[in-house]
Write a protein that binds this ligand. Structure first.
Ligand SMILES: [Zn+2]
Length: 136
């Protein structure tokens, strides 16, 4: 499979994850939250939409051998909790790890991938997954 179209790989803005920053305590949140769970009322009106860098490291991971039908072709696959550089932890599938040398602390980067394509109208859904950062 020819992986993702070039457009998605080469347009950096497509890699951006949008999160929220609480300007009261400085914590970042992803997915976005309307209210900071730490500051509560103090954060009202102080939540700012920010781009997250999309880089982080593996906090923990699970090797999934029995998946849902729609991703059955990819199994076994790895689902990890990724700790983003800004602090939030997100759960996502890890891709591009043929060797599956994922470990706690492995640096990863968010990447947008086609998740599904619906019917004749061809509505395509994209979502984020994480891939190991290749060492040069
Ligand atoms: Zn806060």
């Amino acid at each position: 499979m020819a992986t993702a179209p070039r457009f998605w790989r080469e347009n950096p803005s497509r890699y951006n994850l949008m999160g929220f920053k609480c300007n009261s305590c400085g914590r970042h949140y992803f997915p976005p939250r309307a209210i900071c769970p730490v500051c509560h009322r103090k954060s009202v009106g102080k939540m700012e939409k920010v781009k997250l860098r999309g880089t982080g490291k593996v906090f923990s991971f699970t090797d999934v051998h029995e998946g849902l039908e729609d991703i059955a072709l990819h199994k076994p696959y790895i689902v990890a909790i990724v700790e983003l550089d800004e602090g939030p932890r997100v759960t996502a599938q890890i891709i591009d790890c043929e060797a599956c040398d994922i470990q706690i602390g492995t640096p990863v980067r968010a990447t947008m991938r086609k998740l599904s394509e619906e019917g004749p109208s061809g509505v395509i859904h994209y979502g984020y997954k994480f891939a190991p950062v290749k060492e040069k």
